[in-house]
Design a protein around this ligand. Structure first.
Ligand SMILES: Cc1cc2nc3c(=O)[nH]c(=O)nc-3n(C[C@H](O)[C@H](O)[C@H](O)COP(=O)(O)O)c2cc1C
Length: 408
């Protein structure tokens, strides 16, 4: 099916009106996989369709264009509901170069065995002349995975943001002004499910597109937005804004150290928290009153507890604090363990075990994979001695932990 979006821009996607299983959900209203064909002097395809419809998609496309004339295939996001038909298309569009971010290209090569294919690697702000139109690319990491970018057609004032601004609704009307029935709630639910876990990246994306003149948003699922476009951008702005919750959220960092390495990690965690607007309480247990520390933890939304390891155990009086924490109401509080170590780091694992036993929601790598779709930085935070790379990771970890607290 080929539908005109604007001059020389056509929708060539797939309407999937099944109840689609996706990310452990069932998309009750189905979805669409929106792919676009730009019939310029250097014909260009932007994103493809789900891997399940690859053959059908390529066959249909070949009815509209000689596939050998396709010059570029832009892949904004590698997930197989968008890039799934790339191998089938690339096999027949033999002259096409694949346009992606650096990380995107590496993933596509490995996932689809495209190592021998020509790629055009694009960076933030790069432009590509496709003969009659100019595409500009903006990297939008984690929206919804690490390699993601958006494509902007300057002459069309059209943004192709892949998953961003999408809605899971099967439809044949294509445009939001022709929508039969309510879809705004679905648009918001999509944001909450797919985008909200990456809130700070939504803010970065909004900054990047704020200088673009956008008349059409052509995402990869659901309606193409051409009516009240700015309302949808505003909704993302509102949903990703924290209001005054940053200043009202509290995090406590407590640690014990022998030679100062764990103290440096605590400092970096604090810097990361400050980056997201949280001013943490920081206690070195050696110089602190245990009751005062406990009082702070009681009013905190998150707690980070650290120790280095000495002969397979925690150091200082961390264990005394952890024992006392068993009597604190930990419901609704996030916690994570951290520490410096030399070769085995048992102290950090002991802390994590205590936090689990006390009923905190413990932030671990497993937790972040399942709840945020990210696998780093790895919690509990284990830094060998206090190397520079490790300390940078600690700062990132502070940010990620802060985001966790802020969005709950
Ligand atoms: C007496 C002593 C015992 C140690 N035992 C261990 C150990 O069992 N496992 C380990 O991974 N590191 C061990 N280490 C290494 C420390 O955990 C490491 O030097 C760490 O960076 C110290 O951090 P801190 O300055 O915060 O105390 C030991 C260090 C010392 C001095």
């Amino acid at each position: 099916m080929m539908n005109k979006i604007t001059d020389n821009v056509f929708w060539v996607g797939k309407n999937d009106d099944r109840k689609v299983p996706f990310h452990r959900l069932i998309l009750e209203r189905g979805t669409t996989y929106n792919s676009y064909l730009l019939t310029t002097e250097k014909p260009t395809v932007i994103d493809t369709v789900d891997i399940a419809f690859a053959k059908e998609y390529v066959d249909r496309l070949s009815e509209h264009i000689d596939l050998n004339t396709i010059e570029y295939i832009v892949i904004n996001h590698v997930e197989p509901d968008h890039a799934g038909a790339l191998p089938a298309l690339a096999a027949r569009a033999k002259n096409a170069k694949i346009v992606a971010t650096q990380i995107g290209s590496e993933l596509l090569k490995d996932m689809f065995k495209l190592h021998n294919r020509e790629f055009v690697i694009v960076h933030d702000g790069d432009k590509l002349d496709i003969g009659g139109k100019t595409l500009q690319f903006f990297e939008t990491p984690y929206l919804h995975t690490e390699e993601t970018m958006v494509t902007y057609s300057i002459e069309d004032k059209a943004l192709f943001p892949c998953d961003i601004f999408s809605t899971h609704i099967a439809n044949t009307e294509l445009f939001n002004d022709l929508a039969q029935g309510e879809y705004i709630e679905d648009f918001k639910v999509y944001y909450q499910l797919i985008m909200a876990p990456h809130r700070p990246y939504v803010r970065d994306m909004l900054k990047k597109i704020s200088n673009l003149e956008i008349e059409i948003i052509a995402p990869s699922h659901g309606y193409i937005l051409r009516e009240n476009v700015n309302d949808f951008i505003r909704m993302y702005d509102e949903m990703s804004s924290l209001g005054d919750s940053a200043s009202s959220k509290k995090v406590t960092i407590v640690f014990s150290t022998m030679t100062g390495n764990t103290s440096k990690i605590a400092g970096k965690l604090a810097e990361g928290l400050k980056e997201v607007g949280i001013e943490p309480y920081v206690f070195n247990l050696k110089n602190s009153n245990l009751d005062e520390v406990l009082d702070r933890i009681k009013i905190s939304d998150g707690v980070l507890i650290g120790s280095s390891t000495k002969y397979g155990d925690m150091v200082g009086n961390v264990e005394e604090l952890l024992q006392a924490l068993k009597d604190v109401d930990a419901s609704g509080k996030f916690a994570a363990a951290f520490g410096s170590f030399g070769w085995s780091g048992e102290g950090i694992t002991h802390i994590e075990n205590y936090l689990n036993d006390s009923g905190f929601t413990v932030v671990t790598q497993k937790y972040l994979i399942l709840n945020r779709g990210i696998d780093s930085p790895a919690f509990p935070l284990r830094i060998k001695f206090s190397n520079e790379a490790g300390l940078n990771i600690a700062q990132e970890a502070g940010k990620i932990f802060g985001e966790q607290v802020l969005t709950h």
